[in-house]
Write a protein that binds this ligand. Sequence first.
Ligand SMILES: *[C@@H]1O[C@H](CO)[C@@H](O)[C@H](O)[C@H]1NC(C)=O
Length: 264
Amino acid sequence: MKSRSLSLVLVPLLFLLPVLRAGPGCAPCDPAQCAPLPAEGCPAGSLRDICGCCAVCAAAEGELCGGRRAAARRCGSGLECVRSDDDKKSKTGVCACKSTYEVCGTDGTTYRNGCALKTASMAAQKEGGEAISIQNKGRCASAPIIVTPPGQVYNVSGSQVYLSCEAVGVPTPVLTWRKVLGGKRKAELLPGDRDNLAIQTRGGPEKHQVTGWVLISPLTEEEAGSYECHAANSKGEASATGAIHLVDSIDDIIVKTGMKEDEL
Ligand SMILES: *[C@@H]1O[C@H](CO)[C@@H](O)[C@H](O)[C@H]1NC(C)=O
């Protein structure tokens, strides 16, 4: 009996809440006076206005938020209103995503953060598609792609030459080099036992990217030929070939690689 009488007091109080929350400048709530939400929907979802009365579009990532009284705008869920120090007086800020890392969506697309995914999910649902949720933190896994294949290098016997190769993929690919042998012989995994040949690999320059080199010094007839750059990760593999050509004289050297020395 006691709990019943308590609810008799509490329930009417709940209905009063919006009115209690309503700050100065809020007229008594009349839902009929509320402007309708845009037909195309709200990119960052909707919420109650500052007076707790009408449904309004939440401010999306990058949009202004804060402000005074009835004109105040609030950020959508997952967003926070960030005010710059010099802007403290104006009380306005910009909505920024609480999460700052890339995420992979269940649609197989990488989003810059959770808010971008949420926006895409709402747009997809509006089109009658399925909601997108987070599959994993970080980028979506993808098979390697060779972004810069090894080129063609021409030089004389005894010179110092190199081939380079850049690949990207998620997880970051593992790079290997093979010398392509003619006929029925299998390609040889490098460096093998050659003491004038070195393989070098470095991460970058971009995220999930790897760059590798075959360095030869001194160049002999043995090393002339085709070289295959091979990139592999859990999602697949890719390869591209370049070649080293031995020429008789410096005058025959044609630089076709497009490689800049400072990239080494
Ligand atoms: C050719 O060899 C010379 C001498 O080792 C070297 O300085 C030059 O960079 C080489 N050129 C190419 C295109 O590899």
